[in-house]
Design a protein around this ligand. Structure first.
Ligand SMILES: Cc1cc2nc3c(=O)[nH]c(=O)nc-3n(C[C@H](O)[C@H](O)[C@H](O)COP(=O)(O)O)c2cc1C
Length: 364
């Protein structure tokens, strides 16, 4: 992208300055259905709102007179080096935001030096997305479909294309009741295909979220996690853990890591914010496995709060969709670069020269 950024010119008059500026910028350009699908949460959207509010409730406590002349945002997740403790969350239907879609996001993540999680509900195949940025690390997010043949084919493709981990999403036996979708009558627009779903349903155009989630296996249990871990020669990360006891069970059944997540407030409304569930999970399993968190991360300071409460890294969701909708691949890149720049400054001001220096004392 140009230095000035996308359509409006980052930092220039009228252009976005922070991630929060993006949604208002694109609200007028997206159709009501896709906009509601991207933005919305379940029920009264209490959890959706709380994801951001919970970060606002926390306070940072800097330490002073620490040498911060050489600050690095770099870290690792499951041994993979990344430029910052921020990775791309699995997000369905990215070509609905912009024709660049998932391949564009993959290139943006690669350019920003971080890792992308590719959704089962992507609008390109796992192979196409891998080919867009062949050298960058990627994880594949798996929904286990009732059709186990298709599920195995999705896993095989991910393994074959060099994905480094499977992210098994466990909080969505069905889609939450997202009333914005009900109000707009949202269905996947003509011309947008989800190859993973097409293989199971014969088509994907015109499906509603309830329709494509009805392909998922509602009978999934810990035994299925264990079977997946045994069948696949990749680490399996469990996404959608809320309770510390479930984090423990995940490890007992072979998970390599857990992602504390309420699916961006899109599943069971009324559950706590991701950041508010994090510490219990870290206390339970943090000594044995990496714990990641998502939901409402919009600022470098949010990343600091998550690190201080024990997260190895955070996932960022909706801002990437707004970035894509604004300026395609360049917009997604702008989101990641902006977060990284904020985080670098925030680490300095916190008195922590790297993510590894951020500790529980830095947040209250
Ligand atoms: C439009 C949209 C689509 C999503 N699709 C998926 C998906 O296919 N698989 C999945 O595990 N999570 C999915 N999520 C949840 C995200 O991975 C992530 O948990 C959430 O967006 C984080 O919250 P944030 O948007 O506030 O950053 C989706 C979220 C949104 C907003």
């Amino acid at each position: 992208m140009s230095d000035g950024g996308g359509a409006g010119g980052a930092g220039g008059a009228g252009g976005p300055v922070s991630l929060r500026d993006l949604q208002p910028l694109v609200e007028g350009t997206l159709d009501a259905g896709p906009l509601g699908y991207f933005a919305g949460g379940a029920g009264d959207e209490r959890t959706l709102v709380d994801n951001e509010a919970a970060f606002a409730r926390r306070r940072l406590m800097p330490r002073v007179l620490v040498d911060v002349s050489d600050v690095s945002t770099a870290t690792t997740v499951l041994g993979t080096p990344i430029s910052m403790p921020v990775i791309v969350a699995p997000l369905a239907l990215q070509r609905m935001a912009h024709p660049d879609g998932e391949p564009g996001t993959a290139r943006a993540a690669a350019a920003a030096g971080t890792l992308m999680t590719v959704s089962t509900l992507a609008t390109a195949t796992a192979r196409e997305i891998a080919a867009a940025a062949p050298d960058a690390p990627r994880w594949f997010q798996l929904y286990v479909l009732k059709d186990r043949g298709v599920t195995h084919a999705l896993v095989d493709e991910a393994v074959d294309c060099g994905y480094r981990a499977l992210v098994l999403t466990v909080d969505a036996p069905r889609a939450g009741r997202r009333e914005r979708d009900v109000r707009t009558g949202f269905a996947v627009p003509p011309g947008i295909e989800m190859p993973g779903v097409t293989a199971a349903a014969g088509h994907s155009g015109g499906l509603t979220p309830a329709g494509f989630f009805s392909l998922l296996d509602e009978s999934l249990t810990w035994k299925d996690l264990e079977a997946l871990v045994e069948a696949v020669d990749l680490p399996v990360i469990v996404k959608g853990v809320h309770a510390a006891a479930d984090a423990r069970l995940a490890l007992q059944h072979g998970a390599a890591a857990v992602i504390v997540s309420n699916h961006g407030g899109r599943q069971l409304d009324g559950v706590p914010a991701g950041i508010d569930m994090l510490e219990d999970v870290v206390q339970e399993v943090g000594g044995e496995a990496e714990v990641l968190v998502d939901g409402g991360v919009r600022r470098g300071t949010d990343v600091l709060k998550a690190l201080a409460l024990g997260a190895r890294a955070v996932l960022v969701g909706r801002p990437l969709l707004w970035g894509l909708a604004w300026d395609g691949e360049a917009g997604a890149r702008w989101v990641l670069d902006t977060l990284r720049a904020e985080l670098e400054l925030d680490l300095m001001l916190l008195g922590a020269p790297s993510p590894a220096h951020v500790s529980r004392h830095h947040v209250r």
